[in-house]
Design a protein around this ligand. Structure first.
Ligand code: AMP
Length: 210
């Protein structure tokens, strides 16, 4: 099963991608995580992407398309995958179609902007392994320390309020048109993000299996 998770930053795509990954045993591929890793390692892609990411804008299409093209060739994608954060523009969706990749379903997780702003201000991510937490909804067992690897958990630079507003603008202008794109292909299913993560997961898994 080849899936795409669509939704505003902070809608919970990463969390739901992890749940589907555990259930179906297919890899969750986050372009955001791949780019953050590249920045951390100081690679050419990382250097190219950093200023866009820090400012809340999108990294150029050709860069992310290249990343995904390479990643989808890995063996673990042979029996399916979940794309989290890709595509983010119609040009990226067209490039994916052009790669001959068949997408079975696109699951949109809908959360209103006001809720997103609240959520992102409390989000913390592990500097070392990228695991995601929330100060209220999913706190770490020890303060500022990742449950999985013991790394330090921090507020992402692009989760600062001004940058979040910019990311939401970018989402509505450049990514939301993908809903129409996939609706036309008969692939779009919308899940309403719930207060409790477990409730959203239940709805998401039902949408995957429907
Ligand atoms: P995320 O972790 O998915 O919220 O992504 C964080 C940032 O990485 C975004 O705000 C963009 O700057 C960049 N990024 C991730 N995926 C893409 C993509 N598909 N296209 C362009 N930029 C991306």
């Amino acid at each position: 099963m080849n899936l795409i998770l669509l939704g505003a930053p902070g809608a919970g795509k990463g969390t739901q991608a992890e749940a589907i990954c555990n259930k179906l045993g297919i890899p969750a591929i986050s372009t955001g995580n791949i780019i953050r890793e590249a920045i951390k390692n100081g690679t050419k892609t990382g250097l190219e992407a950093k200023s866009y990411m820090d400012g809340g804008g999108l990294v150029p299409d050709e860069v992310v398309i290249g990343i995904i093209k390479e990643r989808l060739q890995d063996d673990d994608c042979k029996s399916g995958f979940i794309l989290d954060g890709f595509p983010r523009t119609v040009a990226q969706a067209e490039a994916l179609d052009g790669m001959g990749v068949n997408i079975d379903k696109v699951i949109e997780i809908f959360v209103p902007d006001e809720k997103i702003k609240q959520r992102l201000s409390g989000r913390r991510v592990c500097e070392s392994c990228g695991s995601s937490y929330h100060t209220v909804y999913k706190p770490t067992k020890l303060e500022n320390e990742c449950d999985s690897c013991g790394g330090k958990t921090v507020l992402r630079k692009d989760d600062h309020p001004d940058t979040v507003a910019q990311r939401l603008n970018v989402y509505h202008e450049q990514t939301a048109p993908l809903k129409g794109y996939y609706e036309k292909q008969g692939k779009l299913v919308t899940v309403i993000g719930q207060e409790e993560v477990a409730d959203t997961t239940k709805l998401t898994l039902e949408a995957v299996e429907a």
